[in-house]
Design a binder for this molecule. Structure first.
Ligand code: 4AD
Ligand code: MG
Length: 466
């Protein structure tokens, strides 16, 4: 259907052609002499309007009620010009076959249903206009991401999901537990199969075949090892955070893109982040026109103009100190007080991106390179309206002694980072990188307000259904 609807002629160049469309029924309208079926095959937002009459082979399936919203069908017919105002062409159906009937209880009917409701139907919500469009734009953003880095000579590195190190040092990790029935301490765990000690507690000593292991919070440290061998690299994979925050911007499982540049400083890092962001935004504006028009009308009015601005304009650069001064100067009352050294909260980010410029280092991670003032680090965030922090990055501490001191200060166990420290022993180079939460990019590019609607199957505290 996208081939027809997306062509400049919108199908007029195919008049008289025979076409087979396989998809799912969105609506059925039975009139006295003709029946209209809107069928969607997911290739684009538009449905194909199919016109049937009693002569259509298989019409008995319409009469018997087998063609209902949600049913899967296969229709064969001729492309004819449409008298309707919504489309240039329609399909005059010769033959219809119902592949899978749909029960009348199908919950995703044409009437508008709330996004909260659809979260409880995550298995069926891709059948709606909004979630179909979000899925296609998400796909295009992923494609554009690989395209950008590949065109610029970066090598994609697969970082591990199971790891013993905590990149952010914040202790927000999920533990890995082995479900294998074990010989020793396991008493019996008929319900869930998790190894338990005699007193019934979970046997953590057997986490990962007897070693502690966690789900990764970031692939950065692994990316750094490859950057100090292959130069520019990037990761693109799932990451996990055990922070118990129920907000519209946090997920327990999210995808992150983490480029790492060798022989590079913070300015190179910022230039790369800006060029990347502008590239992917431009890509969806140019390649997802129909879906973007849909978001512009139904999800966030003006999103196309806003994204066009991001693609073309220079980004405002603000130092941490200037940001703090800006926040202190305003009369606006914040819930969290602002003083130099504090971590910027969402309300502060929102003020900066949405009010101060109509359009931070936090208490920073151990790997960030210390500036000469010995107070700040070479780090940057990219904040955007509505989403807040989209990208966080830094120049990495390439000096062994500084890095060891930092680990000590933060009371992190150096033994766990021996391999990371090795990179500073053998051919260390200035290097820098950043991480972008992919779902936050999807939120930014589509206008969906809640991050739960930017990923097919959201994982948030207490929610791992589907
Ligand atoms: O700022 P963060 O924690 O930085 C890192 O993980 C670095 N290791 C990245 C690097 O330099 N390679 O996370 C980076 C980005 C954030 O800016 C945000 O977009 C996203 O990841 N993010 C989340 N997205 C969804 N849910 C969460 N719980 C997120 N936490 C971070
Ligand atoms: Mg951050």
């Amino acid at each position: 259907v996208a081939d027809i609807k997306g062509s400049p002629e919108q199908g007029l160049d195919r008049l008289g052609h025979t076409l087979v469309v396989k998809g799912w029924v969105r609506t059925l309208r039975v009139q006295s002499s003709v029946t209209f079926i809107e069928v969607n095959d997911g290739s684009c937002l538009s449905n194909m309007q199919c016109v049937l009459n009693t002569d259509t082979e298989g019409y008995d399936q319409v009469e018997s009620g087998s063609v209902a919203t949600g049913a899967s069908i296969c229709v064969q017919g001729t492309v004819v010009s449409s008298p309707g105002s919504k489309q240039k062409v329609e399909l005059k159906v010769k033959k219809i076959l119902v592949v899978g009937k749909s029960d009348p209880s199908f919950p995703v009917q044409k009437k508008r249903v709330s996004r909260e409701f659809l979260r409880t139907k995550a298995h069926l919500r891709p059948r709606t206009n909004t979630f179909g469009a979000v899925a296609r734009v998400r796909n295009s953003l992923a494609y554009a991401t690989h395209k950008f880095f590949q065109e610029n000579g970066f090598v994609w590195v697969s970082s591990p999901i199971i790891t013993a190190s905590d990149c952010e040092g914040a202790g927000e990790q999920f533990c890995v537990t082995t479900l294998m029935p074990s010989s020793r301490d396991v008493v019996d765990s008929p319900v869930d199969g998790i190894p338990k000690t005699e007193d019934g507690l979970i046997d953590w000593s057997q986490d990962f075949f007897g070693k502690p292991a966690f789900l990764t919070v970031s692939g950065q440290l692994n990316a750094e090892t490859y950057a100090t061998a292959l130069s520019d690299v990037y990761t693109f994979g799932p990451t996990f955070r055990a922070e118990n925050s129920n907000t519209s911007r946090h997920l327990a499982e999210f995808w992150m893109i983490e480029p790492e540049l060798a022989f590079a400083d913070l300015n190179d890092d910022m230039a790369c982040a800006t060029a990347y962001l502008q590239y992917v935004v431009r890509y969806v504006l140019e390649n997802c026109k129909e879906d973007m028009e849909f978001f512009n009308t139904w999800i966030e009015k003006g999103i196309i103009d806003r994204l066009s601005g991001v693609a073309d304009k220079e980004f405002v650069q603000l130092t941490y100190t200037d940001a703090i001064e800006l926040l202190q100067r305003t009369n606006k009352k914040f819930e969290f007080p602002v003083e130099w050294g504090c971590d910027l909260q969402s309300e502060h980010e929102r003020y900066i991106t949405e009010e101060a410029f109509n359009e931070r280092p936090e208490i920073k991670a151990f790997y960030m390179r210390q500036n000469d003032d010995e107070k700040t680090v070479a780090a940057m965030d990219i904040l955007v309206p509505r989403v807040g922090e989209l990208i966080g990055g830094s120049q990495r501490e390439e000096r062994l002694e500084y890095l060891e001191d930092r680990l000590d200060q933060l009371k992190l166990n150096k033994d766990n980072y021996w391999w990371y420290l090795d990179l500073r022993r053998y051919g260390s180079v200035p290097h820098a990188g950043f991480g972008m939460g992919f779902e936050r990019l999807v939120q930014f590019a589509t206008g969906v307000e809640n991050i739960r609607d930017a990923i097919p199957f959201p994982r948030t505290p207490g929610s791992a259904e589907f």
